[in-house]
Ligand binder design. Structure first.
Ligand code: F6R
Length: 244
């Protein structure tokens, strides 16, 4: 529990930096799982600062993003592909060929092969070393909405109305928010060797309490993280306010 989001962002950025450097010292690259949305913006600003001011290099980082709306054009203002370029990828020395995100432009009849290929790419890269997560007010991780199976893999999902309402600020109103998305599955996320979930603000307090202290249930996807060996929730005081 940190005092404010800025402290949490700095702490998580320091963990990412140290994981990158540790892997580099072994002559290897880090496989990093990334999230979008309001929560990780401070983290990405801090990683950019570490790159510019402290020489942190992303040259040996391979990135896999959790999710993308479907369908959406890669260059649309609201696409997560564009979000990642704007907030991180275009601001550091990462190789664009190593930046992976489910493709919101893939043809409908290619969705299944695309999702299978995404899983295969993660495996070929050696699996995710460190996965960054946010959390939805309904407990979703990635776009795995309540009811998602613990065995789920990368796939096409329906977005809950609560998720579309929460993300309407990025669009011209809720009717413009896509009804579908591509997301890594719960099983994909649980295979990451280490997981850091960030949550800021009093709005997230009820779901943080249910995820950390409630029963392990597919109704609260983030509660399934209780079964992971190395998962840390990084929350500010407001988001921690309902923990007992
Ligand atoms: C986005 C993602 C989502 C968000 C969640 C919280 O890539 O995986 O699970 O982390 O919807 O969104 P914010 O951070 O906007 O509150």
């Amino acid at each position: 529990i940190v005092a404010a989001p800025v402290d949490g962002a700095r702490w998580v950025a320091a963990e990412v930096a140290s994981a990158i450097r540790q892997r580099a010292s072994e002559g290897k690259g880090l496989v990093l799982g990334l999230a979008t949305g309001a929560t990780p913006r401070g983290l990405y600003n801090e990683l950019v600062r570490l790159h510019r001011e402290e020489g942190l290099s992303f040259q040996n980082v391979t990135a896999f993003n959790l999710d993308e709306y479907y369908p959406i054009e890669r260059d649309a203002l609201q696409s997560y592909a564009r979000f990642m370029r704007t907030h991180l990828f275009d601001r550091v020395d990462i190789d664009p060929a190593r930046c992976h995100i489910p493709d919101g432009e893939v043809a409908k009849d290619q969705l299944k092969p695309h999702c299978r290929a995404y899983e295969a790419l993660i495996e070929e890269a050696g699996g995710i070393d460190l996965q960054i997560l946010g959390i939805g007010n309904n407990g979703h991780i990635g776009f795995n909405e309540p009811g998602s199976s613990i065995h789920s893999r990368t796939r096409l999902v329906n977005l809950d109305i609560s998720t579309r309402l929460a993300n309407a600020y990025e669009f011209q109103g809720v009717s413009e928010v896509p009804r579908l998305a591509l997301t890594m599955g719960i099983a994909t996320i649980l295979r990451a060797r280490r997981i850091l979930l960030m949550g800021w603000g009093s709005q997230k307090a009820p779901v943080i309490q249910r995820a950390v202290e409630g029963p392990v249930t597919e109704s609260v996807p983030a509660s399934l993280l209780q079964q992971h060996d190395d998962c840390t929730f990084v929350v500010d005081a407001a988001a921690a306010s309902e923990l007992t």
